[in-house]
Design a protein around this ligand. Structure first.
Ligand SMILES: CN(C)C(=N)NCCC[C@H](N)C(=O)O
Length: 284
């Protein structure tokens, strides 16, 4: 059963990854005119494999990152409300408590997610086609080589490049994520009962969309900060990145990747919450 849910989570990640690659490229590179242009250019230049660059680390880390997020959320909520998961079905905790627990999960999750996310973004942005003898060599030959190179060239702190922006992105939006989820489940579940699988799926999907819509502006900044320092440092910090991105590209820059984030957010988070609820029930 547990394997089945892990497979569902991994499958969601694999299916969502090509969209994530297109989004990251649109947020950090100025060579694309839009989603379709990016898809066509990536396919022509790098074949289907181009869309799956940088997928291996997210695949191995997703279980840990999600366990940290959902574990911290559940435990903080338990500490704040002194109610078990089952008791919370009859009496919904206040949205303030849910929000605080979600934000705390976001902060702690950052420490685990940051290096994996950095390596993912660096690999996704490599546009060289598959390595051929004599052909152009990408800077990073794979996730481990990427981690080792960043460590060597940018120091141990380099592995946490963009972590502030990631924390700023995830803290309030993960609060919103859980408020949307709990609120939707509460509204659509008869008093005292557990939400049906369909309710969990839709609530998780809406939580994904709501949080990703709110997260997209800082998602753009996070991706740019992670790519900064590759050759020369362009930004002094998060604020400088916000200001100079706005000056150069206007307000629209903060909405780059919004469509993809929202479309991807529904299925990925529907599956994530279904796994979470099953785990809570199987643990009692
Ligand atoms: C808006 N944010 C940052 C989130 N909702 N994060 C939590 C879920 C992330 C999920 N693995 C996904 O990729 O959608």
């Amino acid at each position: 059963m547990k394997e089945g849910r892990n497979t569902a989570g991994a499958l969601g990640l694999v299916l969502g990854h090509p969209f994530d690659t297109v989004k990251v490229r649109l947020q950090t590179q100025s060579t694309y005119r839009g989603i379709m242009d990016c898809i066509v250019k990536t396919y022509r230049h790098e074949s289907l494999l181009g869309f799956f660059k940088g997928m291996s680390f997210p695949l191995v880390s997703i279980a840990v990152v999600n366990s940290v997020l959902f574990g911290v959320y559940s435990n903080v909520l338990l500490a704040l409300t002194a109610m078990s998961h089952q008791e919370r079905r009859t009496q919904l905790p206040s949205y303030t408590h849910v929000f605080i627990a979600g934000c705390t999960g976001g902060v702690i999750q950052t420490f685990f997610l940051a290096p994996f996310d950095l390596i993912k973004v660096r690999l996704q942005n490599q546009t060289e086609p598959r390595v051929q003898p004599g052909g152009p060599q990408p800077r990073y030959r794979g996730p481990v080589h990427c981690a080792a190179t960043i460590f060597r060239e940018e120091g141990p702190r380099g592995l946490f490049r963009g972590a502030w922006a990631l924390m700023l992105r995830d803290t309030p939006t993960l609060g919103l994520y859980f408020v949307t989820y709990e609120g939707f489940c509460h509204q659509n579940t008869p008093h005292g009962q557990n939400p049906s699988s369909a309710t969990v799926l839709v609530a998780g999907g809406f939580a994904g969309i709501a949080s990703w819509v709110a997260a997209t502006p800082l998602d753009v900044i996070k991706s740019r900060m992670q790519m900064d320092g590759l050759r020369r440092r362009e930004y002094q910090g998060v604020l400088d990145c916000v200001v100079s991105s706005f000056r150069q590209e206007g307000l629209r820059v903060f909405f780059r990747g919004l469509t993809i984030n929202s479309a991807r957010g529904f299925p990925v988070n529907a599956v994530t919450f279904l796994s979470y609820e099953y785990l809570l029930h199987s643990w009692g």
